[in-house]
Design a protein around this ligand. Structure first.
Ligand SMILES: [Zn+2]
Length: 424
């Protein structure tokens, strides 16, 4: 009896000690590990960001000025085009094992075919946006009535899959990122936020999973933070994801889960410049004058004013001959014009008045796009290097407007039937 009660007391004491230890240790333990039972080494989700789509209707620096107000090394994971078994389910398993929350952009036809897949995304605590009904890659060209129909049908199909419990966020991603002002305006009028991304990992292309991982990490490292665009319907993404998640953890990146503000859930307070990937104040030196150190003046409270000889102005040639300076000006103590440093004389023959017009091929646009600027407008007499740089910039901009980004495989080409799906 006595022995039993001793054991009981010891157990209770140990329990108290454990509680005390866990209480002491709690602040030091990362939220991710604490929130991820069974996986203390999990990547986890470091915070939830609540956004108001009405205030920031377009996000993602691949196409827009603004992006999510993330801190350095914060990442938002997004998955498009699902749900599609078995890949979408595997993506959900991998995220669950790491206690990572993401945002899924659902296609209406997929939701109709696999409604339980949509509910599973919701029940796992992820955010759900939509991605049209049929994934047309021509929203930038189709009549706005048709685009509206695609948007509305996709929302209706996803809501139908979610059922009365709901769970749809006012988030939308345009298929292929084929943006159009009218489409974005329509979405904004419905209080829906248009999500582009900050970088893709090209997982809709026929590239090996190792390349998907490489691109994701390389582009993330280059930007330091941002929205990563992935596809949960791709086998290569399923294969690349474990290493991406593991590397995010190793390299000190943190996952942010984005949800929309509601009357019960106020938006996360942010400053306007936080919605820029790289705020201007951080990069433009002129906006940041160095702080004047707090000097402590010991001794003499005043210093003697400079005398003219101290300026040593006679060392150079005065721009205005001394004889022309008005004596009264000198008498008033008005500073004399400073002598200019003498310019080295360049023989006129060495300065070309015109440079050869660069070859037309420099301005060739690789893809079938319209140049943003007429070629004639840039064929000016600049140094050859500058023209080449301008041509590169032009070609980039022109391509950006028409690049096909994610899910560039038309939906008709995808396996929509339940069961195993061919990877190609
Ligand atoms: Zn897509």
């Amino acid at each position: 009896m006595c022995k039993a009660s001793n054991i009981e007391a010891a157990r209770r004491a140990a329990g108290v000690l454990l509680l005390a230890l866990s209480a002491i240790g709690a602040p030091a333990v990362p939220a991710s590990a604490a929130d991820c039972p069974g996986n203390p080494a999990a990547l986890g989700t470091s915070r939830t960001l609540v956004v108001d789509p009405n205030e920031h209707p377009r996000i993602g620096t691949m196409q827009y000025e603004e992006t999510l107000p993330l801190q350095d090394h914060e990442v938002v994971l997004t998955f498009d085009d699902g749900p599609l078994p078995p890949h979408s389910a595997k993506v959900l398993d991998l995220l669950a094992a790491q206690c990572v929350k993401a945002t899924f952009f659902i296609i209406g036809r997929m939701a109709r075919s696999f409604p339980e897949g949509v509910r599973r995304v919701r029940d796992a605590g992820h955010s759900i946006g939509t991605h049209t009904q049929n994934h047309p890659l021509s929203m930038n060209r189709m009549p706005i009535e048709r685009a509206r129909q695609e948007i509305d049908d996709g929302i209706a199909a996803t809501e139908a899959a979610l059922g009365p419990a709901g769970g749809l966020s006012p988030f939308f991603r345009i298929p292929g990122l084929s943006r159009a002002e009218a489409v974005e305006d329509y979405l904004a009028s419905k209080g829906i936020q248009t999500w582009s991304a900050d970088f893709p990992a090209d997982d809709w292309r026929h590239i090996p999973p190792a390349r998907v991982y490489e691109l994701a990490m390389k582009r993330l490292e280059a930007k330091g933070k941002g929205i990563l665009l992935l596809h949960d319907i791709q086998g290569r993404t399923v294969q690349a994801l474990p290493k991406i998640l593991q590397d995010l953890k190793t390299r000190g990146f943190r996952i942010v889960h984005v949800v929309a503000a509601t009357p019960d859930r106020p938006k996360t307070p942010t400053e306007p410049q936080e919605w820029q990937l790289h705020p201007v104040s951080e990069t433009i030196a002129i906006t940041r004058w160095p702080k004047i150190p707090a000097f402590v003046f010991a001794g003499t409270p005043t210093l003697p004013g400079p005398a003219l000889p101290d300026l040593d102005w006679r060392a150079g040639r005065p721009a205005v001959p001394a004889s022309e300076l008005r004596p009264r000006r000198l008498a008033r103590g008005v500073p004399l014009p400073m002598p200019r440093p003498s310019q080295p004389l360049v023989p006129a023959g060495d300065t070309p008045t015109m440079l050869p017009v660069p070859d037309k091929s420099l301005f060739a646009i690789q893809e079938k796009t319209h140049p943003a600027i007429p070629q004639s407008a840039v064929a000016v007499a600049l140094p050859a290097g500058a023209n080449a740089a301008a041509a590169r910039a032009m070609s980039f901009n022109a391509n950006a407007s028409q690049r096909m980004i994610p899910g560039s495989v038309p939906i008709a080409d995808r396996g929509l039937k339940p069961g195993p799906v061919s990877a190609r």
